[in-house]
Design a protein around this ligand. Structure first.
Ligand SMILES: Cc1cc2nc3c(=O)[nH]c(=O)nc-3n(C[C@H](O)[C@H](O)[C@H](O)COP(=O)(O)OP(=O)(O)OC[C@H]3O[C@@H](n4cnc5c(N)ncnc54)[C@H](O)[C@@H]3O)c2cc1C
Length: 402
């Protein structure tokens, strides 16, 4: 291969971009790989501000990209953590129905789990009490395949692998524009221009805007930021949760409902809720970005979503503004929890794709042109899935480079 046929730029230094660059460096050591991120440090957005859960794959439609990549990514992640001494704990989780009406959806989750090859099993209330003594419910599923991991350490280890393989990581560098001209992609960045033979964009909360900046103007979707707010339990209250305690999610939304999760640091997190964000990287209520606001106001998809689900949206906002309402949601599963058990904890923001018909994308979404691959929708479980997504995108780049 000539030197000009082996340059790949990966836009975005979150877990998906780093995993893609690391996989490509391994699959084709002769390709010059450059990762570009606009922030001074890597993994500053979704990849560094999530629940830290290794998802099992129990929820996802069998055969979907989420189901396949979650199962494969989980297996790769466990090996990766073992090989590199990254903290993780396969502690398992329980999904708890608190009302009879949730028995059907819980049974559907068990069915999906089985179809996806997940070890998920209905347990009786005595077994639930043994696993999680402070939880109350009418039915429960135990998922021993779920766990927790230190995702920032995964990102650091991937970054080391990229540089050790001869790759370059440019932080503090935002990509402003990309243009495919024949066999070459020209990138305009805040730190100067670059050329590449293939580009992969993994820009998370900016993914639709970055794709547009590369000339993809006919996207059927837009990214909507959903802030996920957390509390951490005070030390005295931590005994209320031993592992991971989840409600039965509302099947109409791709979010899992407010849950209790033991973090790899040992703390217990409560959350995240899902509140419409008014800034793509706005981690507080007061963060409002006029451009985001304008796009949301003009979005037919958001109008449709809001008209159908305004009640749920208002409920999420109410729980965000009112700690008592947040606690009430948790008390359905864990009645002993009180408002004084909750201490502040930093929020995260999910990048969730919304279609013009008002539906939220339920699966990972990719878009490709001759020389560029765009990751457009990679919300949860993309942290769990990152090594699998990276392998696939790396292979797709190899195919393009010939
Ligand atoms: C609250 C919350 C909880 C979650 N919990 C879990 C969980 O427990 N388990 C799980 O598997 N998943 C979880 N997820 C999902 C998971 O964190 C994400 O799916 C995953 O981190 C996505 O990685 P990414 O690399 O695509 O995006 P990001 O981590 O957001 O990375 C995108 C990167 O692109 C960079 N970028 C953007 N625009 C540009 C530009 N123009 N130029 C250069 N760089 C740019 C950004 O700076 C950023 O670093 C959670 C997400 C959230 C928000």
């Amino acid at each position: 291969m000539s030197s000009s046929s082996g340059r790949c730029v990966v836009v975005g230094g979150g877990l998906v971009g780093l995993a893609t660059a690391a996989a490509l460096s391994r699959q084709r050591p002769d390709v010059r790989v450059t990762v570009i991120d606009k922030e001074p440090q890597l993994a500053q957005h979704q990849s560094g501000r999530n629940s830290g859960v290794i998802h099992s794959g129990v929820y996802y439609t069998p055969g979907s990209a989420k189901a396949t990549n979650c199962r494969q990514g989980r297996a790769l992640l466990l090996d990766f953590a073992a090989d590199h001494g990254i903290d993780m704990d396969l502690c398992g989780k329980v999904i708890v129905a608190t009302e009879d009406s949730e028995r059907g959806p819980l049974a559907e989750i068990e069915r999906r789990g089985k179809a996806n090859g997940v070890a998920a099993r209905s347990i009786d209330l005595a077994e639930l009490a043994e696993l999680e003594p402070h939880v109350r419910g009418v039915a429960a599923l135990h998922v021993p395949d779920a766990g927790i991991i230190d995702y920032p350490a995964v990102a650091r280890t991937l970054a080391d692998a990229i540089t050790q393989a001869g790759g370059t990581i440019l932080t503090d560098t935002a990509v402003e524009r990309g243009e495919e001209r024949g066999d070459v992609v020209r990138l305009t960045t805040t730190a100067g221009d670059l050329e590449a033979d293939a580009v992969v964009t993994c820009a998370g909360l900016q993914s639709d805007l970055v794709a547009r900046a590369f000339g993809v103007t006919d996207l059927p979707l837009q990214i909507v930021p959903f802030r996920g707010e957390y509390y951490q339990l005070t030390e005295d209250a931590e005994q209320l949760c031993r592992t991971l305690i989840y409600p039965v999610p509302d099947p109409r939304f791709p979010f899992l409902g407010v849950h209790l999760t033991r973090h790899i640091s040992g703390r217990v997190l409560a959350g995240p809720n899902a509140v419409l964000g008014l800034a793509r990287e706005g981690y507080r209520w007061r963060d409002v970005d006029p451009a985001t606001l304008k796009r949301l106001a003009a979005s037919p998809g958001l109008r449709r979503l809001a008209s159908e689900h305004w009640r749920t949206g208002l409920g999420e906002m109410w729980r965000s503004l009112n700690r008592g309402a947040f606690v009430k949601a948790l008390q359905k599963m864990t009645p002993d929890i009180t408002t004084t058990d909750l201490a502040p904890y930093p929020a995260g923001v999910r990048a969730q794709a919304l279609y013009a018909d008002g539906s939220l994308a339920d699966d990972f979404v990719f878009h490709e042109t001759a020389r560029t691959l765009h990751v457009l929708n990679a919300p949860s479980p993309a942290a769990t899935s990152c090594l699998s997504i990276g392998e696939r995108l790396g292979a797709a780049v190899v195919e393009r480079l010939g």
